[in-house]
Design a protein around this ligand. Structure first.
Ligand code: ARG
Length: 705
């Protein structure tokens, strides 16, 4: 029931005693230790966007299906569709390499606040401070890289009041080992997404490879062998009961729980509605074409899932903010803070300007906010514009008469892979519709004074019709054809790029942003940065009885709690677990979101659960805990009090969609796939018992809690 994504570095000091009270049997050192193998060595950040955990001494790793979705799609064709049918590698040779995909394993983290803030004075302008802080951050990270042996960076915490260094090993050879059919891994589709109760087998398997001496390599190598992690998790068949201790270890991406009321208000009444409106359009147009052809469906599957996931997130966040009165609650908190500050001259000296500055900054930012949202979601929300932007580094060099020819060569070579990737999943006719529709909305909805230059041409020559303009762009751009792009890259010239209508349009939008919009935003963001820092410092100084946990920022965190049901709304009580019975209840062969694979249907009807049934003879599917998680935690292990794996976290619940902005202990739950369902899907449904046998399966009696 506790808010908090805690830094493992401080678990001993801040959380361990409370964790023991809830049922933890491990020492703090068994969770996080720099010198000896500890739980943290079994946790990886997958590709910078998800979490994974080792479950064997040979680098076998579990994550979510939706984290492996892109890899699954990239290895699929309409003829051999492993995304749809599922797949488990029978031999190491069947494991599929994924160039570009990597995992990061934390070596250590360190408080570097004093070093980062050395020489910073209250008299400095915000620009001076930022420059000095960034210089120090870079120096510290560079030193920690030890000549490229490690990946290292310094991240700010509590709005720039604290700084920590993170040092990782990065393994660039991560191979796909298996996943259930999409109808299992994404069962319930977008209808069930962000909701409980859930019946989704949201898992996939990878294996991390390393050189023969167990060292990371930058990419897949033929000589590589399975990585031997310092630590892998044992897998518990014991199952879960209400009240059991549960902890989630992973890489939560971003929360904004210190966002002031004015920021929440802007999200609520402007950013989120615009995002929903624009994504709605994009998804409808994509779906029209996906429904027409299996080839297009496969090409757009991953893009669609990603856009749809956050379309529903923004919708749910807004619905929740209204229902839970999130803005009003923050306003009340700010009013109390203002009183506390005003009551003491020393506080007034330190924090007196913060709240006013925050509100003024947001008033200023509001004027340009819509343009920012439309830039991301509309102008660059079509694929052609985003692809054209990939040419910008090359363009900059071509424009510079003194540019080093070697640099031009490198910039050209760097485009080879993005070009491959882009055209692999591109359908011109689909994107043309999206381009016309989204650009039209950009043209219509964004204040005219903030329009890019190119819209004058659209007005003069095309009567303001972005559809007519799109006809012209798509008929004349070389960027829509792989052959033409490759011909251009073989002999790139400034003239050809500059006169390309898709590039020129992108460049007009982009230049308008960097020259006319961004500087205005920055003028408000600098004072806002300073004010936020003071505001967060004031909150922490006022509420000394409360231990604040820092906002998520894609660094390793631990959250702990218990298996726990909840009361969703008046009269609605949710159980803490689901079973395969619910799959049969939801099953609907006429609805792709709820279709159940023939083999699974047969096994479930025969109640063929093997050794994975629970005490009541049911096959467990999912359960909820009150762990505090967010996006990026996807794929995180759910660990019992003995440090054994009991599930994989994969989602949050609808009633707590405001969780990234404000935490509600009564409503917020973490949705996990039960590890027994995962094993059932691998062994019984997938026929890949050898992969289960590779794991350390334990049955050590009831979970502590
Ligand atoms: N909402 C989940 C998350 O962001 C992703 C679930 C993916 N499933 C889906 N039906 N799109 O972590």
């Amino acid at each position: 029931a506790d808010e908090g994504m805690w830094l493992p570095l401080y678990v001993k000091r801040l959380n361990h005693a409370d964790m023991q009270k809830k049922g933890l049997k491990l020492t703090a050192e068994e969770i996080y230790d720099v010198n000896n193998a500890s739980l943290k060595d079994a946790i990886v950040q997958l590709g910078g966007f998800c979490t994974g955990e080792f479950v064997s001494s040979r680098g076998l790793m579990l994550s979510n299906h939706h984290c492996g979705y892109d890899a699954l799609q990239s290895h699929s064709t309409p003829e051999k569709n492993i995304l749809q049918d599922g797949f488990f590698a029978a031999t190491p040779a069947d494991e599929k390499t994924n160039p570009g995909l990597f995992v990061d394993i934390l070596v250590r983290m360190e408080d570097v606040g004093a070093k980062v803030l050395e020489g910073v004075t209250p008299q400095m302008s915000e620009q001076e401070r930022t420059a000095l802080v960034q210089k120090h951050q870079k120096e510290i990270a560079d030193a920690a890289k030890e000549n490229g042996q490690y990946v290292a960076y310094v991240r700010d915490f509590f709005a720039g009041n604290e700084y920590y260094l993170f040092v990782y090993q990065r393994f660039g050879d991560v191979r796909l080992v298996g996943a259930p059919p999409e109808a299992v891994g994404k069962f319930g589709g977008d209808t069930d997404n962000w909701m409980w109760p859930r019946h989704t087998g949201d898992f996939s398997m990878f294996r991390v490879y390393a050189s023969k001496d167990n060292k990371p390599t930058t990419g897949p190598m033929t000589d590589n062998v399975p990585y031997q992690p310092k630590k892998h998790l044992s897998v518990s068949l014991q199952g879960v009961s209400e009240g059991d201790f549960a902890m989630v270890f992973g890489f939560p991406g971003r929360t904004q729980r210190f966002l002031p009321a004015a920021g929440l208000q802007l999200t609520l009444d402007q950013s989120n509605p615009a995002r929903v409106k624009l994504r709605d359009k994009r998804l409808k147009l994509w779906k029209e074409d996906m429904d027409q052809s299996p080839d297009i469906r496969l090409k757009y599957a991953s893009k669609y899932a990603g856009i749809a996931n956050y379309w529903k997130y923004y919708l749910g966040q807004n619905e929740g903010m209204k229902r839970l009165k999130t803005v009003e609650a923050k306003q009340t908190e700010e009013a109390a803070l203002a009183q506390w500050i005003a009551a003491d001259p020393a506080r007034t000296q330190l924090y007196g300007a913060a709240l006013n500055d925050i509100n003024q900054s947001y008033t200023g930012l509001r004027e340009y906010n819509l343009t920012s949202v439309y830039l991301n979601e509309a102008a660059f929300g079509n694929e052609l514009t985003a692809f054209a932007a990939r040419m910008l580094p090359l363009y900059t060099l071509l424009k510079d008469p003194k540019a080093d020819p070697a640099a031009v060569k490198k910039a050209t070579a760097d485009l080879k892979e993005p070009v491959e990737e882009f055209f692999k999943d591109y359908n011109v006719a689909t994107d043309k519709k999206v381009y016309a529709a989204l650009m039209q909305m950009y043209y219509t909805d964004v204040p005219k004074a903030q329009h890019p230059e190119i819209f004058r041409t659209v007005e003069k020559q095309y009567g303001g019709s972005l559809k007519k303009y799109a006809d012209y762009v798509f008929a004349n751009s070389f960027l829509t054809s792989k052959a033409k792009v490759e011909a251009f890259l073989a002999k790139p010239t400034l003239a050809q790029l500059e006169k390309d209508p898709a590039f020129a349009t992108m460049n007009s939008v982009y230049t308008n942003y960097t020259q006319n919009i961004l500087p205005k935003q920055q003028a408000f963001q600098a004072p806002l940065g300073r004010a936020n820092r003071a505001y967060v410092a004031a909150l922490r100084a006022k509420n000394t009885d409360k231990v604040y946990s820092p906002d998520a920022n894609s660094t390793l965190r631990l959250s702990y709690g218990t298996v726990r049901p909840y009361n969703g709304r008046d009269a609605i009580q949710y159980d803490y677990k689901t079973t395969a019975q619910g799959i049969l209840e939801k099953e609907d062969a006429t609805n792709p979101e709820f279709a159940v694979p023939v083999k699974e249907l047969a096994l479930l009807k025969a109640k063929d659960y093997g050794r994975f049934a629970d005490k009541n003879g049911q096959l467990p599917v999912a359960f909820i805990t009150d762990n505090d998680i967010t996006g990026g935690n996807s794929g995180s292990p759910v660990i019992n009090g003995r440090g054994e794996l009991i599930g994989i976290a994969f989602d949050g619940n609808w009633e707590a969609m405001t969780g990234d902005l404000a935490y509600d202990p009564n409503l917020k739950r973490c949705i996990n796939v039960d590890i027994r369902y995962v094993l059932w899907c691998i062994e019984k449904l997938g026929g890949a018992k050898s992969l289960v046998d590779e794991m350390t399966i334990v049955n050590n009696g009831p979970n502590p809690g």
